[in-house]
Design a binder for this molecule. Sequence first.
Ligand SMILES: [Zn+2]
Length: 465
Amino acid sequence: MIGKITSAVSKIGPGAGGNIPGHMVLKVGGDEALRQLASELKLGSVLVTGTNGKTTTTTLLIKLLSNDLQIRKSFENNTVNSITTSLLKQDGDLGVFEYGIRNTEFGIPDKVQRLVDPVGVVYTTISQEHTQVNGVKNPFLAYYHAKILLTQDMKRGVIVTNSDDPRTALIGINKQKDVKINYYGIAIDGIEDIFDEMPIRCPKCNEHELSYSKRFLNHRGLYECECGFKRPEPNVKLTNAEFGVDSWKLTIEGNVFNYHAKKEIPLNLELTVPPFGFHNIYNTLASITAYASYTPKTDRIEDTIYKIFNNLDMSFIPPGRFEVVNCNGKFIGLGQGDNGDALKINGLFMNQFIDGPLEFIYTTPDEYEDEIFADHFEVIRNLNPEHVIVVPGRKSVEKAEEYCNRIRKEFDNVDFYPLDYEKMDKRIDKLTQLATDSEYDYIIMSGCGEEQAMWEKIKRKIIDK
Ligand SMILES: [Zn+2]
């Protein structure tokens, strides 16, 4: 009741509403309130998690499922409060919620699983992100463990997970005895990662390095380990791709176990999509596999997928995420690239467009984030820009200058702009100006910075020019 009242109030007050109803319900009603609300969903809930790609995957999955039935949903703001608020304020028999698990929320994922009792969990990919706080060593294993906890006690439903990512694949393998797993992955030649191959430790034995026969994207590929762990065969796979300038043709085939029909559904698709970058192939596979797993309308799955994907334009990209904009003949690729994996993905996406000297406008990480800088520096090295501009992406200007000096050791043509974090408007104006006034035809502007508060605003300004 508290939630419904707060809900009504927050509809009146402009701005301040947000996730207050959910917050109030959890505060007053406790955990039991969330369990109660989640159990109202006749077809259950689906949670989408991972390091990168979860908002895009959730957005696509919502588009697909909304074609079949009314759903309750939340994305972008991926906390327990926002899940609770959506359950309260919306109607529908199925819930789709993006759920991000960060280091501050360790201990909660298993509780969320218990309370929400999802019929589905979708994993995108798992890699290092900003988890280093006040000099504490990046606790990647703890972060990975938190992602595992979300499904550890699941006893019903279907897990959708990336078979090409050894970390998400292992989660599937370990749960095979309890629930059904639908893996998705890539099965084509002709994709080449432009980055140096970093060693990846086996997530299963944590002893050996994985050996890869193919690398698709950073740590994703065809891998195996001496301990016997290897990439599972995907249920849904990309079997052919034609990469045109204006559109891509993707052939996707497989068999998906549908949770409601309790049977395998065959998929044979040939989709025409915008040239949306390699990482979005994974988001496409994840959302299609999840859709076929959780929709109750199993008789028109392919029709719905065609309807959504053949009419897709780039507006499905969430605010602030990397996009390449044609600005009066100049190709400017810009958007968030907080972690190493994200910046590599951006670099690969930009690489499709580069046909001449490149300028890299790099926004740095903060103090205690040397590991993220090391990953970022890999991307700068591999794209080999003619000119580098370094700007602090977070608070510390001093640390940004230190990162800049490390880049200067390997690159001759480097400029530093010590822009203040507190004066965000000024920083946004300057970054916009640097890109639009650049003498280069190919510019990549990425690194650290707030998605909406910074990147989305710069993007809008550049698109408007
Ligand atoms: Zn191993």
